[in-house]
Design a protein around this ligand. Sequence first.
Ligand code: SF4
Length: 382
Amino acid sequence: MTEQNVPILEVVNLVKTYPAEDGGFFSGLLGGVGQRIPALNGVSFTLNEGEILGLIGESGSGKSALARIISGQEKPDKGKVIFRGKQLSSMSEGELKTLRPHLRYLSEDAFTGLTNDPKNRVDRLLYDLIEKYPPSGGGSAREAASRMLHRVGLNDDYLTRFPNQLSGGERQRLAIARALMLRPRLIVADEPVSNLDLNTRTSMLNLMKQLGREYKIAFIFISHDPSMVRFFAGTGRIALIFAGRIMEEFPARELFSRATHPYTKTLLEVNAAPSPLPGAALDPEMAFSEMERVDANELHLDSLESELSADGNIAASAQLSAANHQGCPFYRWCPERFERCPVETPQLLTVTRRLEEGNYIELAPEEIEPEHRAACLRYIDQ
Ligand code: SF4
């Protein structure tokens, strides 16, 4: 087995729900006190050493719950996260501590809300990490901090500043420095550059890719923007998540050529000129709101769900559907739905066929891409 295909992370059938606030919006919709909102519904995948998995999902799709569980901040209700052969959810605090240098979490708001308390000064934020997890190569904390600051395009002057004295781009460079400081094996990056302007975003993505390659770091890179994910994932893989389930998965290079799932195609269609560069205009929520408006009339949904759809709240609506109905979670918005969709839940399986005018046409062996999987009854044999 080469390093490239040694699994670093195995995610097995993750299920996660959150309590609905009693008397709140979801509690009423789901049937009263003690109800739970589904966030993840059977997510599974494997990531190899040094590999990049790009995860595309809208807000409320479950992507951030997945990021928090994989990075050990939350536990799943069911399922397993196995990192370098050890199951995270059954680890003690002590075991988690020894694992943390190897598994880092990076988000867009790493330093939001930090004040100019001395413990939040840039040098402290870096030294603390080094003191807690001393690097095997030795050297002083200041030398290590200075080296890493320079790697991310900052200099020693920044050591005595506070996060609230830095620009958005500088704060994100600092967050990347903290994430890379301990030479992790895996970084879970949840919308890490979404708040930055286009130029800063591009340079941050390039920096992360370059350092990731150099240090042989595996990434789970999460964003709502397909173009940005395509750009970062490079030769890795991409998965799309909707209503807490993976809808489609393929090699990243095939995002714009092989997308098969109606959810993926809808996301890409709203971007008139898909670009492999980050920052392409895309507003899937607007497109889905329009589809929902039409669907609510066509499908004669019950009044509560129609009301929810009329608000354009696709994430809430899909979660509600997934909680209350069997069938494909996307069927209410799907332009390709057919009679099986409301009653059968599609599994994530290799794409081997397509449905045309009511008949299944099997793909020729040379048309089948083993790494292309979709959860759509039109394209799989289940
Ligand atoms: S299973 Fe049916 S509803 Fe779901 S994505 Fe496929 S065609 Fe659309």
